[in-house]
Design a protein around this ligand. Structure first.
Ligand code: COA
Length: 260
């Protein structure tokens, strides 16, 4: 499948999705959100894809936000619909994908850009990265999960300050806040993400998808994460990956997981 606003490459079990609107700092217009939905869905279904990396093209931006030109004239109803559709198609969709998703933040990650990075399972940043939720400076609030995921990741007080000031933090502050896991030079960002992706690939993809479900359960209202963990743990015992993993350990050899 070919995309207008994305570049895709699959190599060594990792699919890299590059958002490619550099002249607009990779801002998320409607078409790009729809294309990202398709690309994530296809990569998740692809048996050759064990890990997904998402990044932005160019050296300036991961994603500079939702495309402001598209929603500037929206009504109350359109605004609500924009957030609901975006969350369902992209942000919640990515957060609940069974394939691990790493955000490689290679520059500005603002508004919907930071919300996309926060929906990913974890984040890495280059030293030039800048992150923020500037929506209140435009008279709106974050609508793609930012008011929920930022406090989960950095704590309520820091999230309140970031959202109220509409300010940006640099990569080192994001590292200090726990918003990103590692900070490296721009040219080292994708190689480091690929190195981590290859470590992930050595493990059982079935167990990883169950771990994602159990971890996400902690953030769902009305769901007991411990109970989800018990259920997912038990289910592992019926998988071929579990048989292979334990057998390989006892036979003192490397596991070769079938992924089922
Ligand atoms: N939506 C639509 N277009 C955007 C955009 C966005 N979120 N962010 C950047 N662009 C466009 C600019 O309009 C400009 O387009 P033009 O060349 O056709 O005028 C182009 O991308 C380059 O951006 P520019 O502002 O000239 O770059 P800069 O280096 O001076 O500033 C930023 C970079 C990121 C500080 C600035 O672009 C910005 O503040 N963007 C909006 C961030 C934001 O509020 N995001 C949240 C949206 S809810």
């Amino acid at each position: 499948m070919s995309y207008t606003n994305l570049l895709l490459a699959t190599e060594n079990g990792t699919t890299t999705i590059t958002i490619n609107r550099p002249k607009k700092l990779n801002a998320l217009n409607k078409e790009t959100i729809q294309e990202l939905h398709e690309a994530f869905k296809n990569a998740d279904k692809d048996p050759n894809t064990k890990v997904i990396i998402v990044t932005g093209s160019g050296e300036k931006a991961f994603v500079a936000g939702a495309d402001i030109s598209e929603f500037a004239s929206f009504s109350v109803e359109n605004g609500g619909k924009l957030a609901a559709e975006g969350q369902a198609l992209l942000f919640d969709f990515v957060a609940h994908l069974s394939t691990p998703v790493i955000a490689a933040i290679n520059g500005f990650a603002l508004g919907g850009g930071l919300e996309l990075a926060m929906a990913c399972h974890f984040r890495m940043a280059s030293t030039n990265a800048k992150m923020g939720l500037p929506e209140v400076s435009l008279g709106v609030i974050p609508g793609y999960g930012g008011t929920q995921r930022l406090p989960q990741l950095v704590g309520k007080g820091r999230a309140m300050e970031m959202i109220m000031t509409a300010g940006m933090i640099d990569a080192n502050q994001a590292l200090d806040y726990g918003l990103v896991n590692h900070v490296v030079a721009l040219e080292e960002l994708l190689p480091l993400c690929q190195k981590i992706a290859s470590k992930i690939q050595r493990n059982s993809s079935v167990a990883i998808s169950k771990a994602i479900k159990a971890i996400n359960a902690n953030y769902k209202e009305g769901v007991n994460g411990f109970e989800t963990e018990i259920k997912q743990f038990g289910d592992c015992f019926g998988t071929n990956d579990f048989k292979e993993g334990t057998t390989a350990f006892l036979e003192k050899r490397k596991a070769n997981f079938p992924g089922s």
